[in-house]
Design a protein around this ligand. Structure first.
Ligand code: ATP
Ligand code: MG
Length: 672
């Protein structure tokens, strides 16, 4: 027992009770900074210290970065056994388990070598679908279908549902989905159903799953394959979920089906921080936890360890204006600290100036650049701050900015690897055929695709078959044959040494002439894209070193699941990020910028008169701060080239003036 005592010795009594809880459902609910994540980590350590095998535990975190941190802390508490625990996001857990079990679920039409379609591939497929129906791409934007389909998938609906046919899987909340269907035009629904169906067919034909399918299909597999369900439930005796307030219906089912009768589930969250309803997160999952897991124990944590008294008071006052929140107490024994500062600059440019000046003062007084975070409602707000930081020569990082992996040359290079891994992936097949050009035009591509479908061969085999049957013109045939040889050689190398894919990738990008093609283009346009690809290749070698068992499949999954927070951290730099992406994080000094009506809360929420989620978002922003909090805005802001006079966010008055109906219009500039 003594090792258990040692593990929980740094926790308060309520946290300790939660960490020592072993069997049966448990809900830990608490305001920001009350140590929910810390408690969950200690609970994991306690399970291991009690002798629960690491392979029997699954911990779900909201980001990959949070997963890494939880693993490191657990290792620090109980040693290296913690390395063997599955600590992953919902999507990443679903993807590894699908790979293991999908062979037992052949009716879904995928093999264990499926790939995850990234948004560019999804859009390419949807564009094909829309074009095949001869729809006007402008009037029927593929993006809008993508968005709608994703929403429905998160509700566990299927195309049939849109035609008002209730599916029989019993997993969907039919009332809620019906509401969504009602909100849309009937014609649009019919169209979406049709497009969705064809999009599904394309995914299946390409052996692809999209992001939302990962959870859905895994859940359906558990539901429909009793043998898989039994095996999963036998393997995983304990399940923990952090940030439970942002789970959606599909994820809730995943948890339920994985835990089965035992219901050894520990959920940790804060209903006041539910900020992903636009991605179908359903706050009822946490509010009705006891209904989903009967007999659940609930533990409340009330002491905040993150922030000063002044910051906690502002947060409490603000959230008290929400009627829909479960009432919670949140106190701190930390000193009052510096007052929360609200200031309004003359213009948006001046706001950036003033914020950066404060940061410089802070650094002059002994802080590091990395102590500061600038948080905003939408990513476009970052521009003036970036400009000002650059002018001032201050190192900064836009978390979730234009991503390395979205660059064209990176997508093209990975296209080669994705095709190798999943030779039925037609989108990446097309990418490979065109970069560099091989004399196989659009007609050649269509012939190859048709041939693969007719003869039931994969696309790499189709290259050769087409040549043998004389289906390609002379030049195209030559290109196809050469590419075929190169890909086959690479496949063989991968088969020989599955763990060592980086060398194969490097050789393939050389032999196919892709790198040379980039170098020539770079010279013409004075760019450095070949260098980008070389750094990608060295990232592959790095991955190999860190995850020797991962192989090409593991590497591609790892890339598909990367998120904003996972970008390589730039070290001692000022962070710029959206509030959404800052969830769960903390910084010594936080600036919440653009505190104006129409920004935070945003225009849409104001128009619809539904401010609660915006208020929660502001609550999340405020509670990221440990020592100093600044709430800033601009009196005049340029909008599409015009200068517009703004109004201060009502959340300022609510946070700084105390509970009750918001003061008519608090003068900004007021401190707490
Ligand atoms: P959020 O709602 O923002 O996710 P949280 O409830 O998960 O917050 P944590 O991130 O776990 O809170 O903890 C907030 C901070 O308080 C961390 O720095 C953590 O180390 C510290 N902390 C939590 N509990 C204790 C404790 N008992 N003693 C000392 N520090 C603690
Ligand atoms: Mg947390």
């Amino acid at each position: 027992m003594s090792s258990l005592d040692a593990i929980v010795s740094s926790l308060n009594p309520a946290q300790r009770e939660a960490a020592l809880h072993q069997d049966g459902p448990l809900l830990v609910i608490a305001g920001a900074g009350a140590g929910k994540t810390r408690t969950a980590t200690h609970r994991l350590a306690c399970l291991l210290a009690r002798g629960v095998p690491p392979e029997a535990i699954v911990c779900i975190t909201f980001t990959n970065k949070a997963a890494r941190e939880m693993r490191e802390r657990a290792v620090a508490l109980v040693g290296r056994t913690a390395e063997r625990v599955m600590i992953r996001t919902f999507h990443s857990a679903a993807v590894v388990l699908l790979r293991q079990y999908i062979g037992h679920f052949p009716q879904c039409g995928r093999t264990p070598a499926f790939s995850v379609a990234d948004p560019t591939v999804q859009l390419a497929l949807l564009k094909e679908v829309v074009a095949e129906r001869n729809f006007d791409l402008k009037a029927n934007r593929p993006e809008s279908f993508l968005w709608r389909i994703s929403r429905y998938k998160n509700e566990m609906a299927d195309p049939e549902t849109l035609l008002y046919r209730q599916p029989s899987n019993g997993l969907m909340d039919w009332e809620r989905v019906r509401q969504m269907i009602r909100e849309t035009d009937r014609y649009v629904n019919r169209l979406t159903a049709e497009i969705w169906q064809r999009y599904e067919e394309k995914l299946r034909k390409n052996n692809l799953l999209d992001f939302d399918d990962l959870i859905n299909l895994f859940t359906r597999m558990l539901q429909e394959q009793p043998d898989v369900r039994a095996d999963v439930q036998r393997r995983f005796a304990y399940l923990q979920v952090d940030e439970f307030q942002d789970t959606n219906v599909a994820q809730l089912h995943m948890v339920k089906l994985m835990t089965g009768e035992r219901q050894n589930v520990m959920a940790v969250g804060d209903d006041a921080q539910s900020i992903y309803s636009w991605r179908s997160a359903d706050i009822r999952c946490i509010l009705e936890f006891e209904r989903h897991f009967p007999g659940a124990r609930t533990i409340l944590l009330e002491q905040n360890y993150r922030s000063t008294g002044a910051i906690i008071r502002a947060a409490n006052r603000l959230i008290a204006h929400n009627a829909g929140q479960r009432p919670k107490r949140l106190f701190t024994t930390a000193p009052e600290g510096r007052p929360v500062v609200a200031f309004e600059s003359e213009t948006d440019v001046a706001e950036a100036h003033d914020v950066v000046a404060r940061i410089q003062q802070g650094v002059a007084a002994g802080r590091r650049w990395g102590d500061f975070a600038i948080l905003f409602r939408t990513s476009i707000q970052s521009r003036p701050f970036e400009e000002r930081l650059r002018e001032a020569g201050i190192p900064y990082q836009v978390v979730g900015g234009p991503r390395f992996y979205d660059r064209r040359e990176v997508q093209e290079s990975l296209g080669y690897l994705r095709l190798l891994y999943n030779p039925r992936d037609s989108v990446n097949f097309e990418r490979v055929l065109n970069a560099p050009r091989r004399g196989i035009g659009e007609r050649g591509l269509q012939r190859l695709l048709a041939l693969a479908a007719q003869r039931d061969v994969d696309l790499i085999q189709a290259l050769r078959l087409a040549v043998e049957e004389g289906q390609l013109q002379e030049q195209a045939a030559e290109g196809a044959l050469r590419l075929h040889e190169q890909l086959i050689r690479a496949q063989a190398a991968l088969d020989r040494r599955p763990g060592r894919f980086a060398a194969t990738a490097e050789a393939l990008l050389q032999e196919t002439g892709y790198l040379e093609y980039l170098e020539q283009e770079d010279q013409r346009r004075s760019e450095r894209r070949a260098e980008v690809v070389r750094s990608l290749i060295s990232a592959m070698y790095d991955y190999e070193r860190r995850s020797p068992a991962g192989g090409l499949g593991g590497y591609l999954d790892h890339l598909s699941l990367l998120e904003a927070q996972d970008e390589e951290s730039g070290g001692d730099v000022v962070r710029l990020q959206t509030i959404h992406s800052a969830k769960g994080l903390e910084y010594p000094v936080v600036f919440v910028v653009g505190m104006e009506q129409g920004i935070l809360p945003n225009q849409r929420a104001l128009e619809e008169g539904n401010l609660e989620e915006e208020r929660r978002l502001c609550y999340v922003a405020i509670t990221r701060a440990r020592e100093e909090l600044y709430l800033t805005g601009a009196r005049v802001r340029s909008e599409r080239g015009e200068m517009v006079i703004t109004r201060p966010s009502q959340f300022l008055a609510e946070a700084l003036r105390g509970p009750g109906p918001a003061a008519a219009q608090a003068p900004v500039g007021a401190a707490d």
